[in-house]
Design a protein around this ligand. Sequence first.
Ligand SMILES: Nc1ncnc2c1ncn2[C@@H]1O[C@H](COP(=O)(O)OP(=O)(O)OP(=O)(O)O)[C@@H](O)[C@H]1O
Length: 709
Amino acid sequence: MSVRVVARIRPLLEKELNKDIIVHSASNNDGKSSNVVKIPNPKNESEEFSFTFNSVYDQPTTQEQLFSAEVNPHLKSLFNGVDVTIFAYGVTGTGKTHTMRGGLKLAERGVIPRLLSAVFRRAKRIAKDTEGDTTVSVALSYYEIYNDKVFDLLEPPEKRTPSGLPLRAEANGKTVVAGLSERPCEDLKDFERLYIEANNNRVTAATKLNAHSSRSHAILRVKLTQTTGDMVRESTASAIDLAGSEDNRRTDNGKERLVESAAINKSLFVLSQCIDAISRGEKRIPFRESKMTRILSLGQNNGITIMILNLAPIRSYHLDTLSSLNVSSRAKRIEVREIENEVVFKQAPRTNSGTSTGGMARQPLRPLANAHNIHSGAAAAAAAKPADRPVKLFNVYTDKSKPAPTTRPANISAKRTSPIHKRHIDLDANIRPSKITRPELPRPSLVPRSAKPSQPPSQAPSQPSISADQIEAMVEKKVSEILASRKQSTPAPPPEISEEVQKRLEALERRIEDGRHDDPRSEGYRFLLMARQHKERGEYASSMKMYEMALPHFPGQEARLLGKMEKLRLRIAAKREGRDLPPSPLKGTKSRTEDEDDEYYNGADADDDEDVFASKKSKGKGTKSRAKAKIAEDGPVSRNLLDIINSRDIARIMSLQGFGPKKARDLVGYLDTDDALIESLDQLRGVPGISGRTIDRAYEGLVAAGAGA
Ligand SMILES: Nc1ncnc2c1ncn2[C@@H]1O[C@H](COP(=O)(O)OP(=O)(O)OP(=O)(O)O)[C@@H](O)[C@H]1O
């Protein structure tokens, strides 16, 4: 089935005025319930864009109505072993926290307390109906992702380490938070106590950092364990309140705040990239670019996913609202598999022979690890303040890396209890299929306000239309006078990236992957990588945004980055004015040309993102000139390498070239989970997160050090 995407328009706040309302709900399903959001074209207010969703909830919608319509119907599936993820996405101040958490009064309670209340009610009923044969236990985990670091909210802030909790890739391809605490929760009172305490932890931690708690993504996991005799079935409901983004340029204070904003923007930006890539059926989804997207693994996770897009109805949010409408309408196209989690047995089933060690038989690990299957969906947002909102860009880059694993491991003691339900992609008539490599955004219909549509707006072919690129451009730049003069023509497809450029980008990406994650600049390098990727694809505005996000990470080098941004600005302006600058793909040469822009791409400047990184990484290593050692798969160096890996000693593993602390921790986590011994380099290549390139580097490092010789 597809991700279910619903929009909720919040009511006016105290100081907001009726006359400023620009967002309305409508219906294109024969006047039944609303499923369309209408918003004027900021360039021409007599025209309107229409975005179709699974459902749209207008201002008067109560908390109870939203819960009953969107969450309650999935309780049954949750108890049947299907994971459910609900996430709120939207611009700052549009009602995400109100929707998820809500107020203290009964009527004001949001999705989360209502969900818990419904879970406990149902659990009681099951226990009663089965006369106690089936017991249901509930456990909570609650954490936040702040500045791309994961912190346990059930632990006091004093216990936090600066780097936060690591993520770990499970053997089944899922990403979990290692070391996250889990508290049993007996009833609603218990929940309220834990939840209030955790939210206080969030506020206290934020205050210490001079931040605001809504600058982090908050993820609550409710794990249900149903036990009937030997059989244990687990499922998880995840409720996520994403942070809203904020304009770096409007942030009035110091570096911390800039980094915080950049981290939020980046994770939301990456999320939109993931949504794009998935909806376009690309092989590689850039989940790994941020912790939030790694955890959400949108489209990779099985179960039910509901995205609630929160919207403010008023004009001051106009461009941001358009931006979030764009992202979320693409999310509808993501398919997720509604699969029940496997039932596991407390003891090995009797039919199993031979391997049991009696009553204390070791329980199967993998199905239980599913319990930590934290997943959810999500999407990006826009800036908080009305004027000079940040550039919002939702382009995608492609790369050629391996797709994320999607296969589930076989498990001898588990049985699948239901078939896979899979629905086809939910394509609206107004979603234009992609013809070229550039991402295609859903194309909202554009209807003159005066005209009464005789058919659903999204199906009115004779209506004038505006391309998604133009919407994007409007969002990214409030230069409507330039936009107004722009012809409404479909922009030319971006230049294809040459193989040479692609190689360089991949090399840069690998360096980042292999880089030390405690290097404070590694985040900056990621932004630089994305900037380069967008630049090479001709997506200059996106590239500029990435350079902007990189800025706070490179103190002392602002001038250099600002120079790059200035050149991009010139290029964007030239493009808008219809002056066709020559295409700029790198040809792999360092020669300068007469053309200033080509010089930018082909000259020394073109490589300096990579060079900055390379010069740092190459200290004492001479990576560029290193000759590639030929690997003897069963030679002494390989055996030495495997010994180090199997030692599970993080310090020893980190001594290998190409293994940073994170990679080492993840590897040890993987080995521990599986209780595995790696017996060959080939087997090592199959470990999640360990690429062939990593092994080559480690091997070469040992050869250079004379180890194993
Ligand atoms: N449906 C609603 N009914 C009444 N008030 C609402 C509703 N939605 C939002 N509000 C009010 O709007 C304001 C902003 O809402 P909220 O804090 O939930 O936004 P947010 O999107 O979570 O913002 P941030 O990204 O900063 O966390 C709050 O005062 C909230 O009480």
